[in-house]
Design a protein around this ligand. Structure first.
Ligand code: ADQ
Length: 463
């Protein structure tokens, strides 16, 4: 079997042979371990100045070579903080109003992609397959081709692909999509994202033809598919049991007395709809007084990208909303909302999911949202909680029959759904849970990876 080379902006931390994060890290780690290969990307280090250090750090374990580079401060500002997170992230999450564009940042983005290719090239053999991840690296294949690499190259987008008119708000949109067409296989989280992409191509790239699960452009065929990323449900179930008798979870349960628990876990990001979620919770307490004193809502949201202004802003808004809600409704023995700005150990989070009656997952947009899937997998089968899920999370396409879907822009509608979730009878909860668990088992993380790698193998016309 040919080697697999994975390229992602960040290379996941290596801890006792297993990466600690979810999704990308775990899925990719397993694939690399099986096939043997290289995981290439930024190691998180920033070197002051504008000249990046050219050396690639190599570290091998578990059949994987981690090949990492540091970024120069200037490149970090232009490529990562600027174009990737200041321009692409908001637009791809349907927030062009929060996006800013600067030609220098875009030039830096293209330059860093080329610079990364130049670092990686000496490590590549002609028969290697390359699998590139996410929006930081849209032009990576184009840079590879320019550098003379003829390998098969696939790309998976972890975030949504926006509708054509929204994509068109990024000034170099056409260049970016043309660059994406240099891949042999493109993967999206959902069928809507795949359709948004092929729509763009059909309307804006002259001479292209969209055929069954592929695009034909300039005599080349590019595979285009939807590959919803999954989890390992059994692993989550096992993790959720690990802490169920720990002091932290026992104390939490005792502190709740008979109260019902609602849980949300996110990176602190405006795409996750936290302000709207808090507002809907407030609406619930306003309109359904029977829940006052009876329900506790824990929101865990460690800050991310705090050096981007929009993230500092959302943080301030949330602090103010949390203060208002608690000021309005708390009494001496009950605080309705616990808003916690730090990260937790994965197994503790899964135990928290297990201990709660409602998983409240309401992003304004999300590529997939693995928290929704993890919440379901962590539930006790005999007494499962209810998933309240935004219709704009990629996960809604798979979980629509089991979750209570909500529109996060409708606070009254969300409050009604929360009430329904908090009062749902056991037989209905079980039926919904079983439905969702079946879907998660049918499309677990190895399924996601194997389907993508299979289609990559069948795609393109390399050499
Ligand atoms: P993210 O936006 O980071 O990922 P998500 O999929 O919800 O979002 O979470 C990724 C992982 O991080 C999950 O395993 C979750 O448990 C963990 N996590 C989240 N918050 C945490 C916290 N406070 N403490 C500890 N762990 C936490 C991007 C896309 C998503 C897509 C994934 C994978 O934005 O839409 O689902 O990639 O493709």
């Amino acid at each position: 079997m040919s080697r697999l080379i994975v390229i992602s902006n960040r290379v996941a931390p290596i801890a006792e042979g297993k990466p600690t994060a979810g999704g990308l890290a775990v899925g990719v780690f397993d694939a690399l371990k099986q096939a043997g290969g290289i995981w290439f990307g930024w190691n998180g280090e920033i070197v002051e100045g504008s000249t990046p250090p050219d050396d690639v750090r190599l570290e091998s374990r578990d059949n994987i070579t981690y090949a990492t580079v540091a970024l120069a401060r200037n490149d970090y500002d232009l490529y990562y903080r600027g174009f990737s997170n200041g321009t692409l992230w908001p637009v791809f999450h349907y927030r062009p109003d929060l996006s800013s564009y600067d030609r220098r940042e875009y030039a830096g983005y293209l330059r860093v992609n080329e610079w990364m290719v130049a670092r990686l090239k000496p490590l590549i053999k002609p028969e290697d397959r390359l699998w590139v991840h996410d929006y930081h690296l849209l032009p990576f294949a184009q840079a590879c081709r320019r550098a003379g690499l003829r390998n098969r190259i696939g790309f998976f987008l972890h975030i949504p692909f926006p509708a054509e008119q929204v994509m068109a708000t990024v000034p170099p949109h056409q260049e970016l999509v043309e660059a994406m067409c240099e891949y042999d296989q493109l993967g999206f989280q959902t069928d809507s994202d795949r359709r948004a992409f092929t729509d763009y191509v059909r309307r804006r790239l002259g001479g292209s033809r969209v055929v069954d699960r592929a695009i034909e452009l300039d005599g080349k065929r590019i595979g285009v598919g939807a590959y919803p990323i999954g989890i390992y449900p059994e692993e989550i179930q096992r993790l959720s049991l690990k802490h169920s008798r720990s002091r932290q979870i026992t104390n939490l349960k005792q502190g709740l007395v008979q109260r019902r628990l609602m849980v949300s876990v996110d990176r602190l990001d405006y795409s996750k709809g936290l302000v709207e979620r808090f507002t809907a919770f407030e609406r619930l307490l306003e309109t359904k007084s029977e829940h006052r004193g009876q329900v506790s809502f824990i929101q865990i949201a460690p800050p991310s990208r705090s050096d981007v202004e929009q993230y500092r802003q959302i943080r301030r808004q949330l602090e103010s909303a949390a203060g208002r809600i608690n000021g309005r409704f708390s009494d001496l023995s009950w605080t309705p909302l616990r808003y916690i700005n730090k990260s937790f150990d994965r197994s503790l989070l899964m135990s928290l999911f297990r201990a709660s009656q409602v998983g409240y997952v309401t992003p304004l947009r999300d590529g997939m949202n693995l928290v929704a899937k993890e919440y379901v997998a962590a539930q006790p089968p005999d007494d499962p909680g209810v998933l309240v899920l935004s219709e704009f999370a990629g996960a809604a396409e798979e979980l629509e029959e089991g979750a209570l879907l909500v529109n996060p822009y409708d606070p009254d509608g969300m409050a009604e759904r929360l009430h329904r979730a908090l009062t749902m009878p056991l037989p209905e909860r079980r039926e919904r849970y079983e439905h969702m668990l079946q879907r998660l088992n049918d499309n677990n993380l190895s399924h996601w990876r194997d389907r993508f790698l299979h289609d990559l193998q069948e795609s393109g016309t390399p050499g």
